[in-house]
Design a protein around this ligand. Structure first.
Ligand code: PHE
Length: 339
């Protein structure tokens, strides 16, 4: 009996050592020392042994069970430590992947290009084909670039046209992309042909046509002899590419402090005239502020709301959808923006 017990203990210890992971160890545990385990079974038979054997066999069986239990705990500790050491290999996730459900339904639920980004890319390509550079400018601007150098001094009522987020250090979130005109003129000499497509911010009451964060495309061309005719050509080409081959455009006189003369441009779209953008000839004061001699050079500039253009093109009825983060809205553009 005692020999049998010893053999069983050896067998159990070998099985513990061979258990390669937690579940395997659990199986060994229940086979030998679980309630219905083989060592427990021996202990249960002790009562039916001849009285002189009960003491030694009971003692040996208890010792064997304790030895196996101790080996199991030690093995469990080793397995956990080994798994922890490998955590970097076994448990890493690629945080840039879409979640599993999205991956499973790839195509329908996978990532999509935001409709604003899609139009920005299209427009940049069109401008590039007309010889324009694309520029970036800072979102946090200073008063001079956003207002002063654009002929909007501190007490000018035109400041009220653009409700501003002021920062505590006196800077502001740019209210339009026009400061990039000034930065481009400061940084280079004519001819300058550039566009800046980017985010702008206004402290607006939000409604279906007003967002506090939206997107503009600024374009400008400064050289000798630049005229309104050049501007018309560039804008008409752009709008025909984006909207429709037979878009008509017209200019109406309008006022922006940084252009003279200034205009509003309308386009025909699906049979109706729509007001679309502001434009004009760069004001001589603005050229001077950019370090360019207005007696030698002239330029045109325009600024156009990208969100509004996407709304027009795709029948989006509420500008707040663009920054709202509702995937049901964004997924509608999953197939791309053509058609
Ligand atoms: N910056 C003007 C706006 O945001 C648009 C504009 C740009 C007008 C360039 C004329 C010339 O309203």
């Amino acid at each position: 009996m005692l020999d049998e017990l010893q053999a069983l203990e050896q067998e159990a210890l070998a099985a513990v050592a061979a258990a390669a992971d937690g579940p395997a160890l659990d199986a060994v545990q229940s086979e030998y020392v679980g309630k219905k385990g083989r060592l427990s079974g021996v202990l249960r038979t002790v009562g039916s042994l001849p009285p002189e054997q009960r003491g030694p066999v009971g003692k040996a069986a208890n010792l064997a069970r304790r030895a196996v239990e101790a080996a199991i705990e030690a093995r469990r500790g080793d397995l956990i430590a080994a798994a922890d050491a490998n955590l970097g290999e076994t448990e890493w996730v690629d945080a840039t992947l879409p979640p599993p459900a999205a991956r499973a339904a790839a195509g329908r639920l996978g990532g999509t290009v935001h409709p604003i980004t899609a139009l920005v890319r299209d427009m940049e390509e069109i401008f590039l084909s007309m010889g324009f550079d694309t520029l970036d400018g800072p979102w946090v601007e200073d008063d001079r670039h956003n207002f002063g150098a654009l002929n909007i001094p501190a007490d000018h009522p035109a400041r009220d046209m653009q409700d501003t987020y002021w920062l505590s250090d006196g800077n502001l979130l740019r209210t339009h992309t026009s400061p990039v005109q000034v930065r481009a003129m400061e940084a280079s000499a004519p001819p300058i042909r550039a566009v800046c497509l980017g985010r702008v911010f206004r402290h607006e009451e939000l409604d279906a046509t007003h967002e506090n964060t939206f997107h503009q495309a600024e374009g400008f061309f400064v050289d000798r002899g630049v005229s309104v005719g050049h501007m018309l050509y560039v804008l008409r080409t752009l709008l025909r590419e984006i909207l429709d081959d037979d878009v008509q455009v017209r200019l109406r006189p309008s006022y922006f402090p940084f252009v003279e003369p200034g205009f509003e441009m309308d386009v025909t779209f699906r049979g109706k005239w729509m007001e679309l953008l502001g434009c004009g000839m760069v004001h001589p004061y603005v050229l001077e502020q950019g370090g360019i001699d207005p007696s030698v050079y002239s330029g045109f500039a325009f600024g156009l709301g990208i969100d509004r253009l996407v709304m027009l093109k795709h029948g989006v009825e509420d500008v707040r959808h663009f920054m709202g983060g509702d995937l049901r809205f964004l997924r509608q553009f999953a197939g791309g923006l053509e058609g």
